[in-house]
Write a protein that binds this ligand. Structure first.
Ligand code: ADP
Ligand code: ZN
Length: 521
């Protein structure tokens, strides 16, 4: 590769066998090839590896790739070698002979790409070895592993910043995790304050239909959703292992091909379910989030959440498994007040430090904002990922805009009931107070003497349930982590209480699911 440098386009075709670039790839390849520091955020399957592999071939010298998964490194190295590229990996899975061969090749300057697990950076010899290896580019795959708040944190990723300074070469970092906090953390920790060129894109999946529905009877809701998609491959995500079993049984009873899948099952059984999902037509897998990593089935026609996912990132990743082939696919997420309480408690009762918990509440809020949205869900989702807002015209809310009402007064009444009872009670008892119910608990506490008692009689209990859920969804109230089930007011509610803001709420009368299912592929 000297003298007349080949063009990116010709290497793309001749080495990788692709006829054109995916969205964003051409721009990223050009920036990396020209030695810019780059942070590229592309969704899974967006084609990130090409964005450092191709520049590695166009640039002189060696590109070092830090990657967290041994299996992934081995796959990439194998594919590169098959394409005639001098690539190798240094991982803990190498035999001593393999290591020797890598060191020999390095000594001769014969390698174009060297993959390394982050653990390698901790061993003293690595810096010295790389210092003499004519490294001209550092690429970091799964760059979000440097984020301490993320779930994939790898402490050795923190050493990459120092390696970059020692080698004094450009750095190109790649991830599918798009939220702003993670992005800032990557910039700070990998680029040490220097500002990389940031490429963000391709998060829109126009073939996915997005829908949410308040939980009324989840089993019935999932059964009727599946019935409308009979014979099409789908995944139902559940919050607990037990629920995957009962729901799979219910679907089987209703005549579907359905199997449960969760982390508590024997590994052999899990592999069997994965294999059947891949090969059988029209199988439904009812699973916990343990199902998905490594599932690469292009024609999953629908994904339903029987319970609310834990964050907007988790939601995006899970629905994103549907419709990889580009043909229409449907998604439905059920959520209720119990889900919101459960997810909040899970965060509060976790062992994470306070800042991390705050960030997790924020990610949950973003998902709840999507669940309780009043207009285009796709626009809300994409704006979270930093993409331009559009109105899609094809999500559940674009298709049938929800009926709304001015909820300011109702919210003020609910807040007042919460405050006057010392922020010590759950939605059930608060509703009793609002509708003026004559219960033992109300009498025992003397709550029938409160000025708020009965002020919400004009609204029925079921609608109060929806109002409390929406108040939780908008983060106006939160369950008290110290007192199970008790609701507290948040700062966000203060302007409403003081009459300085108004709020529109949904009437919750429309049932989604009216949409025709995705066409059979
Ligand atoms: P990511 O790391 O972003 O999840 P990969 O780099 O693994 O994605 O690429 C996903 C798939 O897309 C791979 O099978 C890859 O070969 C393929 N691919 C990448 N770029 C192109 C392209 N320009 N044209 C066709 N296929 C591509
Ligand atoms: Zn829309």
């Amino acid at each position: 590769m000297d003298g007349s440098a080949p063009s990116a386009g010709s290497v793309l075709q001749e080495v990788f066998g692709f006829s054109g670039f995916r969205p964003m790839q051409a721009d990223i390849v050009e920036a990396v090839t020209h030695g810019a520091d780059v942070l590229a955020i592309l969704p899974t399957g967006g084609g990130k590896s090409l964005c450092f592999q191709l520049p590695a071939l166009l640039r002189p010298g060696l590109t070092v790739v830090i990657s967290p998964l041994i299996a992934l490194m081995r796959d990439q190295v194998r594919a590169l070698r098959e394409a005639g590229v001098a690539a190798a990996a240094l991982t803990s899975a190498n035999t001593p002979e393999e290591n020797d061969a890598v060191f020999d090749a390095l000594g001769q300057g014969a390698l174009k790409l060297l993959y390394m697990a982050p653990e390698r950076l901790a061993s003293g010899g690595t810096d010295r070895m790389l210092a003499g290896a004519n490294v001209t580019l550092l690429a970091v795959d799964e760059a979000h592993c440097v984020s301490q708040w993320g779930h994939d944190f790898r402490p050795d990723y923190l050493r990459i910043g120092a390696l970059r300074r020692a080698l004094d070469v450009p750095l190109a970092a790649f991830t599918a995790t798009a939220d702003a906090e993670t992005r800032d953390e990557i910039v700070e920790r990998l680029f040490g304050g220097a500002s990389p060129r940031i490429f963000l894109g391709g998060f829109d999946r126009p073939n996915l239909h997005l829908a949410f529905a308040p939980k009324s009877n989840p089993r019935k809701q999932i059964l009727s959703y599946a019935a409308a998609r009979r014979g099409l491959s789908g995944i139902v995500y559940c919050g607990t292992r037990a629920k995957t079993e009962t729901l799979a049984a219910a679907l089987t009873e209703a005549g579907h091909d359905a199997l449960a899948y969760h982390g508590g099952m024997e590994p052999d059984r899990r592999r069997e379910v994965e294999r059947r999902f891949q090969t059988d037509d029209g199988l439904i897998v009812v699973a916990t989030v343990a199902f998905g990593m490594g599932i690469d089935k292009p024609d999953i026609r629908w994904v339903a959440h029987a319970d609310l996912p834990k964050s907007i990132e988790a939601y995006y990743q899970e629905i994103g498994r549907a419709g990889r082939d580009g043909a229409p696919a449907d998604t439905l997420t059920l959520y209720g007040a119990d889900d919101i309480r459960f997810r909040r408690m899970q965060i509060d009762e976790g062992l994470a430090p306070p800042e991390r918990r705050m960030a997790d509440h924020g990610r949950l809020n973003a998902l709840l904002g999507l669940a309780e949205a009043l207009d285009c869900r796709r626009a809300a989702l994409l704006s979270y990922f930093g993409e331009d807002e559009v109105t899609c015209g094809s999500c559940d809310l674009c298709q049938s805009p929800p009926a709304t009402f001015d909820g300011t007064e109702a919210v003020q009444k609910a807040l007042s009931a919460i405050l006057r009872t010392g922020e010590s009670f759950g939605a059930g008892h608060l509703t009793d107070i609002l509708v003026g119910a004559d219960t033992e608990k109300v009498r025992a506490r003397g709550h029938d003497g409160l000025p708020t008692f009965g002020v919400g009689r004009d609204i029925d209990r079921r609608r109060w349930g929806g109002i409390f859920r929406q108040m939780m969804g908008r983060d106006l109230i939160r369950p008290d982590p110290e007192r199970h089930g008790a609701l507290r007011m948040t700062e966000a509610a203060r302007p409403l209480l003081k009459g300085e803001a108004t709020i529109r709420l949904r009437l919750d009368t429309i049932e989604s699911g009216s949409r025709r299912p995705a066409a059979r592929a």
